[in-house]
Design a protein around this ligand. Sequence first.
Ligand SMILES: O=P(O)(O)OC[C@H]1O[C@H](OP(=O)(O)OP(=O)(O)O)[C@H](O)[C@@H]1O
Ligand SMILES: Nc1ncnc2[nH]cnc12
Length: 275
Amino acid sequence: MDSLTQNIALKFTRANFVPEKITNRDYYHRDNLVQIKSPTTTINHPLTTKPTRNTRVFSPISLSKKAAGPGAGEEPELKKIRIRDPVSSTDMASHDPIIKEERIAGISSAIRIIPDFPKPGIMFQDITTLLLDTKAFKDTIDLFVERYRDKKIDVVAGIEARGFIFGPPIALAIGAKFVPMRKPKKLPGEVISEEYSLEYGTDKIEMHVGAVQAGERALVVDDLIATGGTLTAAIRLLERVGVEVVECACLIELPELKGRDRLGDKPLFVLVSST
Ligand SMILES: O=P(O)(O)OC[C@H]1O[C@H](OP(=O)(O)OP(=O)(O)O)[C@H](O)[C@@H]1O
Ligand SMILES: Nc1ncnc2[nH]cnc12
């Protein structure tokens, strides 16, 4: 590190680290730190930081070779690497349980409950108010993305209708394809379908043939789990064609309806439990 860089090196804490405000940045690994250089500052951050697409990295091995060799003391040559996700303040927040709790509290309070809709006795969980709250909506997507971005998910399967709101941004952020699971007679191509039981009668969901391949890893996304009938049908549909359903993710669970039990061993991740 040259003396100018050394002079402006900055010690920092998570609280005062605001990655978005650093421009023209270079990142590289030095021992157990990532060093972020801008024209005016250099920040050393623990390696938990995610580098960006423009990150240039050298390994501690090439560093120590350089230190012992003829070019010792000089800045090593930086090489470009391919990085999936940009650094954001969310990456910092994702490791902080208090910030996580605060985000979940904000999400929970942004969901409106409408009694007796669509029929008497139902406490309807209305997520449209959450969509009006840009922070709560973004926090919702971020929390799912934080959980799934390193889980090698190939497919996000979203259930009509409200799974179509949350599924696509998650899929885009984790680099997975999005597959809609629709109500009957909505999809134009050849479909496979799965029937499931409701409180009274039955319903069906459908998926396009060829949308998924055997061996792919899927995440099933919906806004809410009540009796678990819809998610169970979605899992069956995917498993019938050889897809591995890694987990189901919902914004809201109504635990009194015991939908989780109906999923058996299949993991279910929810942000908010509503009684
Ligand atoms: O766990 P379950 O008992 O199966 O219920 C959960 C499902 O019910 C709701 O959808 P709904 O069937 O009301 O359809 P919509 O999203 O098209 O309104 C909800 O969005 C889930 O998809
Ligand atoms: N209480 C509820 N609120 C919103 N969607 C639902 N789907 C099933 N039960 C629901």
